[in-house]
Design a protein around this ligand. Structure first.
Ligand SMILES: Cc1cc2nc3c(=O)[nH]c(=O)nc-3n(C[C@H](O)[C@H](O)[C@H](O)COP(=O)(O)OP(=O)(O)OC[C@H]3O[C@@H](n4cnc5c(N)ncnc54)[C@H](O)[C@@H]3O)c2cc1C
Length: 405
C-alpha cells in the first residue's frame, strides 16, 4: 500500500540516518540562544523551525543523544543549555519509568477499566469522541488535534496545552489522552508520553499540575487563538503514591565469539555504530516485518527506520539482510544460520515488552539466548533519574564530559 504521507514525514521528521544527520547539521546553528528564545512559540503546522524535530530519530535511536549533543555543545558550549536540558528530559523519563515499570502496567490496566466505562457512559463517550475528532468547539484544542492527526507531530508546548485542556477542561481521563498521543505521534515513546501526561495531570510531581491559560495561549500563538472557558482550577485525579524506584531490568548479557543473529527493533536503529558490538560474530541481520496494514505516522516511521537500519547493519557486517514475518520465523532463522544467540538493542518499558517476552520464549525453546545491548548513555543517565529532574540536571556536566567530550 503506498504511503501517501511519506514525503511529509521524510521532510519534517526524518527517521533515516542520512536524513536525520542532514537535519542535525541544519539545526545545530539554531540550537543555542535561538532555541532558548523561540522554542515555546507555536507558529502552526509546517512552521516549527525553532525546534529540531529530531524526536522521531531520537526515539528510535537512529541518532543517539550523544551524536545530537556533540556538535551542539561544540558550537554553543553553555549557550545551548536549554537544548541540552530538553534532550536530558528524554533520558530522565526513560530512566524513571525503567525504575518503575508498574506505572506502565497500571496505565494498561486503567485503560481496560476506562474502556468498559466508555461502553456504558454515553456522556463520557461523546466527550471523548469530540476530543479525538477535534470537534469540541475549543478552537486551539481542535486545531492541535487536527494537526496531530495530519502530521503525527505537535510542538512540546502545544502538547502541554492539549493535555491540560483534555484533563481539566474536558474532564477526560489522562489515560485516554496518553493512548491517543501514543497511537498518533511519529515520535511515540512510552516513557516520555506516559510521564508527560502524568506530569500535566499533577501526578508526576505530586500536587503540581499544569493548567492551560488563555492569556498565555494567546501570547504564544501570536494571537491566533484566544480561548474562552478553560478550566480555572486543576482537579488532580486520584492516584496511589509513586512506587519506590527499583534497579532497572538487567537483560541477558551478550556472549562474545558465538555465532549471532542481530535483531533490529524500533528500540535501537543504529546498532552497527556501537563500538561495543564491533567484535560480534554476526551471521545475519533481521527485522520482524512491521504490520504493513498498521496505520498511523508512528507505524509508517517504524517501517522506514527499520528498512534503513537493516540495510546499514547488513552492509557493516557484510551479511544477509533478512525480513521475517514474526517471532517464530525469527527463531527459525536463528536456528537455520546456526546462531547461538540473538542480540538486540535493549527493549524498554512500553509496547515492545510483549514482543520481547514472546521472542525470549520462542528462542529459549530453540536453545538460543536472547541478549540485549544496553547503551553507555543509559547506564550513565538512569541512576540519576529516579527522583525529580533536578537530581539529574546536576549531573548533566559529568555525563556530557564522559559521553560527549
Ligand atoms: C503530553 C506530552 C506528550 C509527549 N509525548 C512524547 C512522546 O511520545 N515522545 C517524545 O519523544 N516526546 C514526547 N513529549 C516531549 C516533547 O514534546 C517532544 O519530545 C518534542 O516536542 C519533540 O520535538 P523536537 O524533536 O522538535 O524537540 P526539541 O525541542 O528539538 O528537543 C530535542 C529533543 O529533546 C527531547 N525532548 C524535548 N522536550 C522534551 C520533553 N518535554 N520531554 C522529553 N523529551 C524531550 C526529544 O527527544 C527532542 O527530540 C511529550 C510531551 C508532552 C507534554
Amino acid at each position: 500500500m503506498p504511503d501517501r504521507s511519506l514525503p511529509l514525514l521524510a521532510n519534517d521528521h526524518p527517521v533515516t540516518r542520512d536524513a536525520a544527520l542532514a537535519r542535525l547539521d541544519e539545526f545545530v546553528p539554531r540550537a543555542g540562544p535561538a532555541y532558548a528564545g523561540g522554542r515555546n512559540h507555536d507558529h502552526g503546522p509546517g512552521r516549527h523551525d525553532a525546534v529540531s524535530r529530531l524526536s522521531a530519530a531520537l526515539a528510535r535511536r537512529t541518532l543517539t543523544e550523544a551524536e545530537v549533543l556533540s556538535p551542539v555543545v561544540a558550537l554553543h558550549a553553555s549557550g545551548a543549555d536549554a537544548f541540552v536540558r530538553e534532550v536530558f528530559w528524554r533520558g530522565y523519563f526513560r530512566g524513571w519509568i525503567e525504575a518503575r515499570p508498574v506505572i506502565w502496567q497500571g496505565w494498561l490496566g486503567a485503560l481496560d477499566r476506562i474502556d468498559a466505562r466508555l461502553a456504558q457512559d454515553d456522556a463520557l463517550a461523546a466527550r471523548h469522541l469530540a476530543a479525538v475528532r477535534g470537534a469540541t468547539g475549543i478552537a486551539c484544542f481542535d486545531h492541535w488535534m487536527h494537526e496531530l492527526a495530519q502530521t503525527g507531530y505537535l510542538h512540546n508546548w502545544a502538547r502541554m496545552q492539549v493535555a491540560s485542556i483534555w484533563i481539566f477542561t474536558l474532564g477526560l481521563p489522562w489515560e485516554l489522552g496518553a493512548r491517543h498521543f501514543l497511537d498518533h505521534l511519529v515520535d511515540a515513546d512510552a516513557a516520555s508520553n506516559t510521564l508527560s501526561w502524568r506530569w500535566v495531570a499533577g501526578l508526576h510531581t505530586p500536587g503540581k499540575a499544569y493548567l492551560a491559560d488563555a492569556t498565555r495561549i494567546a501570547r504564544m500563538t501570536a494571537g491566533r487563538f484566544v480561548p474562552i472557558g478553560l478550566a480555572a482550577h486543576a482537579r488532580i485525579p486520584d492516584a496511589p503514591p509513586h512506587p519506590p524506584a527499583a534497579p532497572p531490568r538487567q537483560p541477558t548479557a551478550i556472549a562474545e565469539g558465538v555465532p549471532t543473529l542481530l535483531w533490529i527493533t524500533p528500540a535501537d536503529c543504529s546498532l552497527e555504530r556501537e563500538p561495543a558490538l564491533a567484535a560480534l560474530l554476526v551471521r545475519a541481520v533481521a527485522i520482524i516485518d512491521p504490520d504493513g496494514a498498521a496505520a498511523g505516522h508512528g507505524a509508517q516511521a517504524d517501517r522506514i527506520a527499520l528498512d534503513d537500519a537493516l540495510a546499514r547493519a547488513a552492509a557493516r557486517w557484510r551479511v544477509p539482510a533478512c525480513r521475517v514475518a514474526g517471532i517464530e520465523a525469527l527463531a527459525a532463522l536463528a536456528e537455520e544460520i546456526g546462531a547461538r544467540q540473538v542480540v538486540t538493542g535493549r527493549i524498554g518499558v512500553g509496547p515492545g515488552m510483549g514482543t520481547l517476552i514472546a521472542a525470549r520464549g520462542a528462542l529459549r525453546r530453540a536453545g538460543i539466548a536472547l541478549a540485549e545491548h544496553v547503551r553507555a548513555w543509559d547506564r550513565a543517565v538512569w541512576p540519576h533519574a529516579t527522583r525529580g529532574f533536578f537530581a539529574l540536571r546536576d549531573h548533566i556536566p559529568h555525563v556530557l564530559a564522559e559521553m560527549v567530550g
